[in-house]
Design a protein around this ligand. Structure first.
Ligand code: F6P
Length: 339
C-alpha cells in the first residue's frame, strides 16, 4: 500500500519542475563547456526551460541570466574555459548578496540550479540552500581534484596532461644542460596534480601539501642519484607544499648541495586552459546529464560524482569538508621508480 503513495508523491515533484538554470563558478577548468552543453541539452530533451547564469554568483546577484537553447551550446564541447564566464565573488558571502541572488532566481521563476565548480562554489551553495528553498545540484569542475565524492573532477585529467607535456619539454633542457629543475604546479591545498604528473614524467621527487617535506631527505635522495650517475633531475612541487614554493626549495637545496645547476619553473595558469581530453569531455557530459535528472528526481543540495564508474551523490557539506587522501601506494611508487 505504501509504495503507490510514495510513487505518487515522487511523480508530483517530477512534473512540477519547469525552469532550471546552470552556472560556472570559481577557477575555470577544461570540460566546463562540455558540461554546460550536457546540462542545457538534457534539460531541453526533458522539456524544461533552461537558463544560463553568466559570471557565477556575481551574475546571479546582478541578474545576468539568459535563456539558452540547443544552439547556444553548439560547437563548444572541445573548448577550454567556460563561455558562461566565472568569478570568485565576495558579495555572495554576505546575507544581503545571497538575498539579491535569490530575488533574481525568483524573478526568473527558476526552480532548480546546477552549479559547476569546486569547494568555494559548493560552500556558497550549501549556505544558500539552507537559507532559501531552492534545490541545487553541484557538478565537480576544478583542476585540483580536491573534492570528496568523485574519483576525478572535470578538468583534472586535462590539467595533468598539460603538465606532463610541459615537463617533458623542460626535461629536454634539463638533460642537455645537466640541470635540476624544480617545477611548481597548481594545487594550493592538494597534491593530486603534482603526484600524478610526477609519476607520469618520472620525476625524482614529488612534494605535496598532504605530507611534510624534509629538505635533508630530499638532498640525500639527490645525492644518491648523483652517485648513480644521474646528470639531471626533475622535482615536482605543488604550490601549497609546506616549504614555501619552488624558489624556496631551490634555494634550500643550493645551500647544501651544489652538484647540479638548479632552475625553477612555475607552470601557473596554463594548467587551467586548453581543449579538454576525451576523459574530461565524457565525464562532463555524463555528470551534466545526471545533474538534470537528479533535479527532475527531486534530489537537492548534493554534488553528483563518479566513483568506481558509478554515479554517486554526496551532500555539499561532505564534498567540501574533506578530500580523499593521496593514495599512499602512488606516493610509494614515486620513491620506487625514481631510484
Ligand atoms: O582552480 C583551482 C586553482 O587552480 C588552484 O590550484 C590555484 O591555487 C587557484 O586556482 C588559483 O586561481 P586564481 O588565480 O584564479 O585565484
Amino acid at each position: 500500500m505504501i509504495i503507490p503513495i510514495l510513487y505518487f508523491c515522487f511523480d508530483v515533484k517530477i512534473n512540477s519542475l519547469k525552469r532550471i538554470a546552470v552556472f560556472t563558478s570559481g577557477g575555470d577548468s577544461p570540460g566546463m563547456n562540455a558540461c554546460i552543453r550536457a546540462v542545457v541539452r538534457t534539460a531541453i530533451y526533458n522539456q524544461l526551460e533552461i537558463f544560463g547564469i553568466y559570471r557565477g554568483y556575481e551574475g546571479m546577484i546582478e541578474g545576468d541570466i539568459v535563456q539558452m537553447n540547443s544552439k547556444s551550446v553548439g560547437n563548444i564541447i572541445q573548448r577550454g574555459g567556460t563561455f558562461l564566464k566565472s568569478t570568485r565573488n565576495d558579495e555572495f558571502r554576505t546575507k544581503e548578496g545571497r538575498q539579491k541572488a535569490f530575488d533574481n532566481l525568483n524573478k526568473n521563476r527558476i526552480e532548480g540550479v546546477v552549479a559547476i565548480g569546486g569547494d568555494g562554489t559548493f560552500t556558497g551553495a550549501n549556505i544558500f540552500c539552507k537559507e532559501f528553498d531552492i534545490p541545487f545540484i553541484g557538478i565537480p569542475g576544478t583542476i585540483d581534484n580536491d573534492l570528496m565524492g568523485t574519483d576525478f573532477t572535470i578538468g583534472y585529467d586535462t590539467a595533468i596532461n598539460t603538465v606532463i607535456q610541459a615537463v617533458d619539454k623542460i626535461r629536454d633542457t634539463a638533460n642537455s644542460h645537466n640541470r635540476l629543475f624544480v617545477i611548481e604546479v597548481m594545487g594550493k591545498d592538494a597534491g593530486f596534480i603534482a603526484l600524478r604528473s610526477g609519476i607520469g614524467t618520472g620525476a625524482e621527487a614529488v612534494l605535496v601539501p598532504e605530507t611534510p617535506t624534509y629538505i635533508d631527505e630530499l638532498i640525500a635522495k639527490l645525492e644518491k642519484g648523483r652517485r648513480a650517475n644521474k646528470t639531471s633531475g626533475i622535482i615536482i612541487i605543488a604550490e601549497g607544499d609546506d616549504t614555501g614554493g619552488a624558489y624556496e626549495v631551490a634555494k634550500k637545496i643550493k645551500e647544501k648541495f651544489n652538484y647540479y645547476d638548479i632552475r625553477v619553473s612555475i607552470l601557473g595558469h596554463m594548467q587551467r586552459g586548453g581543449s579538454p581530453t576525451a576523459i574530461d569531455r565524457v565525464l562532463a557530459s555524463q555528470l551534466g546529464f545526471e545533474a538534470v535528472n537528479a533535479l527532475l528526481n527531486a534530489h537537492k543540495n548534493k554534488m553528483v560524482g563518479m566513483v568506481d564508474k558509478q554515479v554517486v551523490f554526496t551532500p555539499f557539506e561532505k564534498a567540501i569538508k574533506h578530500h580523499d587522501q593521496l593514495n599512499p601506494q602512488l606516493l610509494h611508487l614515486v620513491e620506487v621508480l625514481s631510484i
